[in-house]
Design a protein around this ligand. Structure first.
Ligand code: ADP
Ligand code: ZN
Ligand code: ZN
Length: 733
């Protein structure tokens, strides 16, 4: 007899907790169901992950569960398998992993199924109603008569019919004539999914891709759908999903964290007559719970969401799609549980025995490596779907040209020409604000952030100086606090470029897209509309403009400064730069006119740029992968980073040094590098450092971590710092 319940609780402890079944309960405690349990002086909500015959603790010391919260497991076995795998792979406690998979409301114990308050008649009430009681209270009589006629009614229905009805209901209840109950909401069964508007005839490459993916709808397969923006990847997803829906299954679609969800959803809605659920960071807790419930109940046939939606419940999945799979927002790199939603999507598909589609114009080098080792299959869309030609890319040598507000003369002339030809222009600069530096030309003072090793950014419109690393926000001084001389904003941010363009092209309406203009993803819609309607002629923006939006009339793209990515300590910087350039270039010429892309740089001979221009992303990727192989960086090795932060630089380094000291006997092939202070040592008032763990193979690395981490956790110095482990880190500093 298995009498012990193994419960995962949202605590940093790397273990499960044993409880006895509830003393009295009508609900059988099932694996995957939530329970409320006593934990010290607290009451916590946890998830039953299994049962056992006995416990390490004497039975007398075990406490019973207080309450079983679910009749149906909130985490089905398939999802539980994924979460257990994630807990092991990312070396993070299962309780916290489970917690991150559930909306907050559910972690607090709210019902998983939607409930509804229903009112019904008692037997006495029936008799009273038949007798036309109560004679003197009109509203009560009407309410009673209504319930008599209907049998029962929901609170919502009563409110609709009677307006303020609760007082009357209370009076009737006190006479024992009516009663209420909370019941699980019975939604009408989801209509069979149907195609609303059929898509265009597929191009041969699209048809091949759809055929390849749907040939294996009931087994695992990882497909890399590689095609430039506009090549028809989304159309391929739609066709695959169509077949999945037809087979009575469901689709999970992951998109980057940047306000694309509404656009993609709109396209899905246009195509399919099927309930959908959207899970993204712009939702309120209420909306998130509602979307989760739609997914959980199986009502939603398509679930679209950002990173954490990889954990969305999805009965009978049929396909998982990761759009823009290279996007760094799929990596959770904050908090304790750091995971890659892209990699988890692949694992989820494997566990569910369904295909996963990784779409991108610029697949991650890891993904391309998985293609060359045969783990993933590559499907290529080499041409643009709607008649459109690929853009031409050219460099502008900043050393040879005068600039005005960061714009070199050839760029200004090109803008003029494209505007005159009725085209739209996109100007990309990966820096928001007015200027990155506030300088005193008399004494050389530069506005620093007190909490970070960083400069404060000038936000002229707001009249503020802001730190983009810690959020510090100060009034913008007019004079140097050191010598009293006037200060000057140096360098360019999107706000200033907008101003410069306004002065150069007063007749053209300019739109801006960055996190200062658009604080919530939904707000991007307005900016998009100004561009797609043609009202705005120039769009200036940060990374946000590089993603997914379709502006068919953009014929010119200008990359203001490509050089930040060329010389970085992070071995991934060139990959990110190449992806950004290709992505932003993909915005040009999506309509019938060919586009032009101009990239401003001071290093026009840099091999990365010349390679990218000569051979495109594929050529770049080939060279970049060779370099990675030579240097033994991922994907030719495996990395984990132990990171920490502390009030002093010494403390931050001391903990990591001690942790390193514990690793005297590393397995063969595992190397520790560091500890070193982070490139930005001080950030938000804390000092950051990191210790890298590197290994050629995955297995020894994980064996080492299994053995080492529990010891690291026990270190006294661990309590003086905030630390986290990042497996497969994508940003190194
Ligand atoms: P991607 O997702 O690769 O950017 P989309 O699927 O959005 O590409 O396709 C780009 C544009 O081409 C869209 O406007 C889409 O409707 C259109 N399109 C896609 N496939 C076809 C096709 N087979 N025939 C005609 N138009 C197509
Ligand atoms: Zn000064
Ligand atoms: Zn700061």
């Amino acid at each position: 007899m298995s009498h012990i319940l193994k419960v995962a609780l949202d605590t940093p402890l790397r273990r499960l907790f044993d409880y006895l079944p509830p003393l009295q309960s009508t609900v059988e405690p099932a694996v995957g169901a939530r329970v409320r349990v006593p934990f010290g002086r607290q009451r916590l909500v946890g998830v039953i992950t299994g049962t056992a015959a006995d416990s390490d603790l004497p039975l007398t010391r075990l406490k019973p569960v207080l309450q079983v919260l679910d009749t149906t497991p909130v985490v089905d076995p398939a999802l539980q398998g994924l979460l257990a795998w994630a807990s092991e792979y990312y070396h993070h406690p299962l309780g916290e992993v489970l917690a991150s998979a559930l909306p907050r409301a559910l972690r607090l114990g709210v019902a998983a199924a939607e409930r509804e308050e229903r009112w019904l008649l008692t037997e006495a009430g029936s008799l009273a109603a038949a007798a036309g009681e109560p004679r003197r209270a009109t509203k009560q009589r009407a309410l009673l008569a209504y319930l008599h006629a209907q049998g029962e009614a929901s609170a919502t229905a009563l409110a609709e019919r009677f307006g303020a009805w609760r007082e009357a209901a209370r009076a009737l209840m006190s006479r024992g004539w009516i009663a209420s109950a909370e019941v699980e909401l019975q939604r009408p069964a989801a209509p069979a999914a149907a195609v609303r508007t059929p898509g265009p005839a597929l191009l041969p490459e699209q048809a091949e891709a759809v055929a390849a993916i749907t040939a294996s709808l009931d087994r695992f397969g990882a497909f890399v759908l590689h095609g430039i923006t506009g090549s028809g990847k989304t159309e391929v997803y739609l066709r695959v999903i169509e077949q999945v829906l037809r087979a009575g299954r469901r689709a999970l679609v992951l998109v980057p964290e940047i306000g694309l969800t509404p656009q993609l959803l709109a396209r899905f809605r246009e195509r399919f007559e099927a309930p959908m659920a959207a899970l993204h960071s712009g939702l309120t807790e209420q909306e998130r719970l509602a979307a989760w419930r739609d997914a959980f109940s199986g009502r939603a046939r398509i679930v679209v969401g950002t990173r954490s939606a990889v954990f969305a419940p999805l009965p009978e999945p049929g396909v998982i799609v990761v759009d823009e799979e290279h996007d760094s927002s799929f990596k959770q790199h904050e908090g304790g549980f750091r995971y890659s939603a892209r990699d988890l999507a692949v694992m989820r598909a494997r566990l569910a025995a369904v295909p996963v589609v990784l779409g991108s114009a610029t697949p991650a080098l890891e993904t391309l490596h998985n293609v060359s080792t045969g783990r993933y299959a590559r499907l290529e869309l080499s041409r643009r779907a709607a008649q459109a030609q690929p853009p031409t890319l050219k460099l502008i040598d900043l050393r040879n040209h005068a600039t005005r507000g960061g714009l070199a003369t050839p760029a200004v002339l090109a803008i003029e020409r494209h505007l005159a030809e009725e085209g739209q222009v996109l100007v990309f600069l990966n820096r928001r604000g007015y200027a990155p530096t506030l300088l005193c030309t008399a004494c050389g003072w530069i506005a620093p952030c007190r909490e970070c090793d960083a400069r404060l950014t000038v936000h002229l419109g707001a009249g503020r100086l802001r730190c983009h690393h810690c959020g510090a926000d100060l009034p913008l001084p007019e004079r140097c606090p050191q010598c009293g001389f006037a200060v000057k904003a140096v360098g360019q941010g999107t706000e200033r470029v907008e101003e410069t363009l306004g002065a150069l092209f007063p007749a053209a309406a300019i739109a801006r897209l960055d996190r200062d203009v658009v604080r919530r993803p939904q707000e991007a819609e307005g900016v998009m509309r100004r561009m797609s309607s043609g009202e705005a002629r120039i769009l200036v923006g940060t990374q946000m403009v590089t993603k997914g939006h379709d502006f068919p009339n953009v014929t010119l793209v200008i990359v203001l400064n490509a050089d930040q990515g060329l010389f970085s300590t992070d071995f991934r910087a060139p990959e990110r730069l190449a992806q950004t350039i290709v992505q932003v270039a993909g915005r040009a010429g999506r309509g019938s006119r060919a586009g032009e892309v101009l990239i401003q740089t001071e290093f026009p001979d840099h091999p990365l740029l010349t390679q990218l221009l000569a051979d495109g992303y594929d050529g770049f990727a080939r060279i970049a992968l060779e370099e990675r192989a030579e240097a033994a960086w991922p994907p030719f090795s495996r990395l984990a980073a132990l990171r920490d932060s502390a009030r002093s630089g010494e403390a931050a380094l001391a903990f990591l040094a001690e942790a390193r000291g514990l690793a005297r006997h590393t397995p063969f092939g595992v190397r520790l590098l560091g500890p070193v202070p982070a490139a930005m040592h001080k950030r938000a008032g804390r000092y950051h450092a990191q210790l890298l763990i590197e290994s050629r193979e995955r297995r020894p690395l994980h064996a080492f971590l299994d053995d080492w981490l529990p010891q690291v956790e026990q270190l006294k110095s661990a309590r003086a710092v905030r630390w986290s482990l990042d497996v497969d880190p994508i940003e190194l500093f």
